[in-house]
Design a protein around this ligand. Sequence first.
Ligand SMILES: Nc1ncnc2c1ncn2[C@@H]1O[C@H](COP(=O)(O)OP(=O)(O)O)[C@@H](O)[C@H]1O
Ligand SMILES: [Mg+2]
Length: 493
Amino acid sequence: MRWPRAARCPRSPPAAGGSDLTGPVPAGVRLVGWGFRHADRRAWAVRDVDLRIEPGERVLLTGASGSGKSTLLHALGGLLEPEAGDARGELLVDGVAPDRRRSRAGMVFQDPDAQLVMTRSGDDVAFGLENVGTPPRLIWPAVDDALAAVGFDLGRDRATAALSGGQKQRLVLAGALAPRPGLLLLDEPTAQLDPAGSALVRTAVAHAVSDRSATLVVVDHDVEAWLPLVDRVVELLPGGGSVEHGPGWMPAPLRLPTRSPRAAGELLLSAEAAGSTHRGSDVPSLRPVDLELRAGRTTAVTGPNGTGKSTLALLLGGLRAPTTGRVVAGPALTAALRRPGRPPSRWRAAELVERIGTVFQHPEHQFLTGRVRDELALGPRRSGAAGPAATRVADELLERLGLTELAEANPFTLSGGQQRRLSVATALATRPRVLVLDEPTFGQDRDTWAELVALLAEQQDADRALCLVTHDAAVVRALADEVLELGTPVGVS
Ligand SMILES: Nc1ncnc2c1ncn2[C@@H]1O[C@H](COP(=O)(O)OP(=O)(O)O)[C@@H](O)[C@H]1O
Ligand SMILES: [Mg+2]
């Protein structure tokens, strides 16, 4: 979700009760019949939540995509400004309104880009420490400790703009942990991390709260992974209210689609020693790789954070030209092009949209209109396929992905999971023969995950090639014919 600039930065000047040198004191949280409705929405994002979290308690907050988890976390962090919407009921941190306790909260937003403010990595962590009044001589040692705790090994000076999504997520977590907040609020902190990185982040969080010096509220769909580290699970219900699950609780298993692998058909798109180096830097964001996308097949691209998976997706999607090697479209894809010899990065938008459908790592950077419905109509209109048939396809996609009620909403106000489903829907709307999807299941609950994976399974026909960039091992199991594992992280010494 998108917040006004001013509300995006969770760090504010120290207030009475902020962390000081005597050590942090965990915060208590109380909600009575609490609810919130965003300013431009008719439906309440969260309703009727009664919840008490004792100081030092560790709570995993789950719930369907769009059930209001991020909204609740922002409220606890004191970041819901009065003009953001209507609140009802009571929500107290340490017995007072949360905006009076902002400096008590350390928050990791769902979108790390919304949070990084400085150009150099170390400065970003130092900034938070300065804000809570840390004595200057203690700042840099604390920065180094925090970076080490989350496994951020690229050094203080690395430009934040040159970090991968997962590296940013770690940096933001370091920034949240460093000032030793009394209330740690984490919104899907491992969604962009590889399995090893996720485990490391959980360890860092567990360590930070092990002495119960901070109260933890973490939102994550990976319930199994967090269960051993939390005291209880609170699930927000889509219709309002919440339920509690004790320590032994397990969510229902994932529903996987059945599928029958096909033989590899004609070559649609290939990367030939395609690599990329950041402008103005000699650090490659992707070491040269070879990859063939053939009709009827699905290739998963996996590998640790920082190996260039998202860069590869941009190259294959024709959104960026490789700096070494090339990306070549096969005859089947270039047949009707005016200049079939050109690489996808030189195609016009209309040519691209009907041939290669893409979902970026950050769908919100991809939205171009102010309405969900318009967003879905854009591709078909560009490729000259607008009309009743395109409208029907769009309506069907909205229905399948649980977005029908949001058809008139502004894409930028959707929850993270809703945005991701919308971006997948827009990629599918023009029925391109190649789909390149970067973390398509990000932010999904079990039901939306299953629906999304089923929808992707339906795209696997004899004519089309799918390329899925993902950390989600279940997606790989459910859909992939081939796996390209990118190697050791580039740019890490
Ligand atoms: N800034 C906003 N403006 C309007 N509606 C919003 C905004 N942020 C979230 N919403 C809506 O509120 C509901 C809850 O969203 P969110 O708290 O992000 O859910 P979750 O984190 O559980 O996926 C969703 O229907 C979402 O579309
Ligand atoms: Mg969310």
